[in-house]
Design a protein around this ligand. Sequence first.
Ligand code: PMP
Length: 288
Amino acid sequence: MSRIAYVNGRYVPHSQARVHIDDRGYQFADGIYEVCAVCDGTMVDDDPHLDRLDRSLREMRMEAPMSRAALKVVMYETIRRNLVKDGIVYLQLTRGVAPRDHAFPKNPKTQVVVTARNVKPHPAAYVEEGVKAVTAPDIRWGRCDIKTISLLPNCIAKQAARENGAYEAILVDEKGVVTEGSSSNAWIVTQDGKLVTRAPSNEILNGITRLAIIEIARREGVPFEERAFTLEEMRRAREAFVTSASSFAMPVTQLDDKPIANGKPGTIALRIREAYFRHMAAQAEAAA
Ligand code: PMP
């Protein structure tokens, strides 16, 4: 089956999907995006994702290209045309096409691209054994709360992870405090059994999976604390995991070649992963 992309009002074969070389996304990474999991053809937490998109638009002073309802129609149509059952839908908005000039153009027209694809389930070993992570310095800018397509520091960190056979890079600030993963939020369970993740601020992206899992932890009665933790704390944690729309909750059992706790996925991480799958499945069932 050939893939279809939505580009500014048209559904086109993926291989022929094009944007202009003066697109500010291409010139300046002047754009924002969202990645939403698709479970049995249904977008997971679409409204929270689109709430965050609205926030990114406001913070970037960009115009919404269409209403939320229209965006959902386009996203679902892209899912449908690509026969996506379980996978992701990707939405990217850029500030438009204009002669190259750093300052914003006068009458920008937000450009819209939507793609969708099936994603294979994670290898069983990822969940049974957990994944490895490496640490990397957080060299990003001061507005990591905006889901911008300007991801070069994240790419560099992820590449360092790949070159070390690791799944994710955990970003650490100059004070030795963990910010988040290169494309995920970071969590630990302390030795006394408290689930901890960083509070939203300009230093991290407020993950939609993160928000859903905070709710799950509350419901499941898992003691939870929203605060920053140091790299040292993460190394000494009882459990660690990362969350994102594509990782769900992924147990991290090795950090920089040293095991976390006994090197096995933790019970809370696995319990939360299962509860998160139920959270996704419930939305698919409700939509059926
Ligand atoms: N932080 C960063 C830097 C990310 O790129 C992502 C994934 N887009 C996340 C956190 C997790 O966000 P979400 O749960 O909404 O996928």
